[in-house]
Design a protein around this ligand. Structure first.
Ligand code: ASP
Length: 347
């Protein structure tokens, strides 16, 4: 149980952050996570109890699977009363997917769950991992005068920015500021001080609500990124596949798709068969408005749901969770259009 000091649980899943050079051959290998106080002695300067738990095996985040999100949710649920905040160390490649998934899987969250990682291993001199980890721990343990968490949300803390997890995307494979949330302002920025954007941070409806976790995920979702030169065979494969219950159609601009008859016929057939079709724009910034152009209106009339200004990562995660909870596709479509965790702006 919690002691007098604030307490943080570090959950190490793998990724670059936990690597160091093998002195024998110079190759990068995961280090023994129980040695984290030696690797990052700065952590001992916080008046915090910091415990850790590591996945076994550790994974490159390209190997992340929904079963691991369930494990993460269960670890957080099991230890929820023992810690003030949680920091998840995760590879950057799929961090936006995992943070999105956890944001929907954790309901009535009153404590911070902060994902972080790094572009350079923690064991190399120019690492960005130490700063990311230290800022994450500080944010995960920050409370107001009433002892409530300053950021009771699932977030990504990276390159001096704190972003809402289900708004974030990885934008750079090499810059230290690897993440952005193009349609939502940062929840905090770490400079000399950590400056919180309080008006953007979500608060729970009550602080004494017990955490609930949703661990039934239905992953029967396909993502079709539109591009010039698509063939009817390929589009049919995505939109009418017997294995898919939902398809995210990544459209052009404000939600536009080809107006070709064969294309709209397939969309109509897919929608009429009961599949859940969601329109998400390929643009980084802005959202879907299917009323602007005739090419968007065709999709709307065929029953395609607007993903509004949501990211593909968060729409996918939202579908997994909603479909896992609801056997009825019409109910999923209704819930998709609601803002559940700050992932979309309703116009
Ligand atoms: N491929 C690595 C991963 O996502 C890259 C990183 O850690 O940033 O696990």
């Amino acid at each position: 149980m919690k002691g007098p000091k604030a307490s943080i649980l570090l959950i190490y899943t793998g990724g670059t952050i936990g690597m160091k050079q093998d002195p024998a051959n110079g190759g990068l290998v995961p280090f023994d996570f129980s040695l984290i106080p030696e690797e990052v002695p700065e952590l001992s300067k916080f008046a915090l109890r910091i415990d850790h738990v590591a996945f076994d095996p550790l994974i490159d985040s390209s190997d992340i699977e929904p079963s691991m999100w369930i494990r993460l949710a269960e670890i957080i649920k099991e230890r929820y009363d023992s810690y003030d905040g949680f920091v998840v160390l995760h590879g950057t490649d799929t961090m936006a997917y995992s943070a999105s998934a956890l944001s929907f899987m954790l309901k009535d969250l009153t404590k911070p769950v902060i994902f972080t990682g790094s572009q350079l291993p923690i064991g190399v001199p120019r690492t960005d991992g130490k700063e990311n980890l230290i800022s994450s721990v500080e944010i995960a343990s920050a409370t107001d005068a009433d002892g409530h968490a300053l950021v009771p949300e699932v977030c990504i803390c990276f390159g001096s920015l704190l972003l809402r997890g289900n708004r974030a995307v990885k934008e750079s494979s090499e810059a230290f500021s690897a993440f952005t949330s193009p349609n939502f302002p940062p929840l905090a920025e770490a400079g000399i001080n950590i400056r919180y954007n309080f008006s953007a941070i979500r608060r729970p409806s009550a602080w004494d609500l017990p955490l609930q976790i949703g661990t039934t995920l239905d992953t029967r979702v396909a993502v079709l990124k539109l591009h010039p030169g698509m063939t009817p065979e390929i589009v049919r494969h995505f939109l009418l596949g017997s294995e898919t219950r939902a398809v995210i159609i990544e459209t052009y601009g404000s939600g536009n798709a080809p107006a070709k008859e064969w294309f709209t016929d397939i969309v109509r057939e897919s929608s009429a068969s009961g599949k859940i079709l969601v329109n998400v724009t390929q643009c980084l910034k802005g959202g879907v408005d299917m009323d602007i152009y005739a090419n968007g209106r065709v999709l709307k009339e065929a029953g395609v749901i607007s993903g509004l200004d949501g990211t593909t990562e968060s729409t996918l995660a939202k579908l997994f969770v909603l479909m896992g909870m609801m056997p009825d596709n019409e109910a999923v479509k209704k819930a998709l259009s609601q803002n559940l965790r700050g992932e979309i702006l309703l116009s």
